[in-house]
Design a protein around this ligand. Sequence first.
Ligand code: SF4
Length: 287
Amino acid sequence: MPDQLATLSQSSLQDYHDCPRRFELRYLRRLAYPAIETEPALENEKHQQEGEYFHRLVQQHLIGIPAEQIGKLANTDNLQRWWENYMNASDLRVLTSSPKGKEPGGLHAETTLSAPLGKFRLVAKYDLIAIDNEKIVIYDWKTYRKRPRNEWLAIRWQTRVYRALLVQAGAHLNGGKPIAPEQIEMIYWFADFPNDPARFIYKADQFKRDCDALTKLADEITNASSGSTTLTTGFPKTDQAAKCNYCPYRSYCNRGIRAGDVLDAELETEAEELFDINFEQIGEIAF
Ligand code: SF4
């Protein structure tokens, strides 16, 4: 098993789920992207950079930097609109109603959690975990240009991994008390659709199902890796050709050269960054 496979994230699991071959190319072989993912490429790249910058603005606000100061940094049309939407969103009033948001002790912005999963380490980086007595809310900021359907979000690995991992490995954020699935709600807040967030509660049976599915997936990847000696074993190409439209490895797979439409592809190509993680500081409890 190559070292670089030691970590699994919601993105890599989603890639494996969508296309085992893409998982192999991206995470096992670490191939540079040979084709642009979507058209128009430059506009898409700019939008992604603005999205990352917006995350930083919100994080700064949540750690107590005054909104007026941060607002001045929102220096593009998109950033200005997103920032205003963030400050005015009724669903976020609990975070934005005072200059410092809520008590900082209950807000954990840009927090990383991790737990062993089979031969891997499952890692997730949360935009915000807000703890208020018994209720724990996971917030995820999205700058999509198109509001995805709730049904699509509900089955994404991000939704499943973030809630399960918080139950499994988040007790230290909760004063050392174990977190029950029923305490958790996950909210996707869309910067361009500020009054239409997607909310997902959690239950014990869902948690069990997610844990079982994660364990199964990790075992499957382990087996596929150990049996894989060439590109064509272990990690087959997806049967759903539509998944290839926005995939950067199209040329490797002879699945077309034209990039897919940016609005349709945006939801599918999102990848989170897991850089600068100090694993020594992350407590772990295995699944
Ligand atoms: S082009 Fe299609 S088959 Fe090839 S890695 Fe991408 S999604 Fe998988």
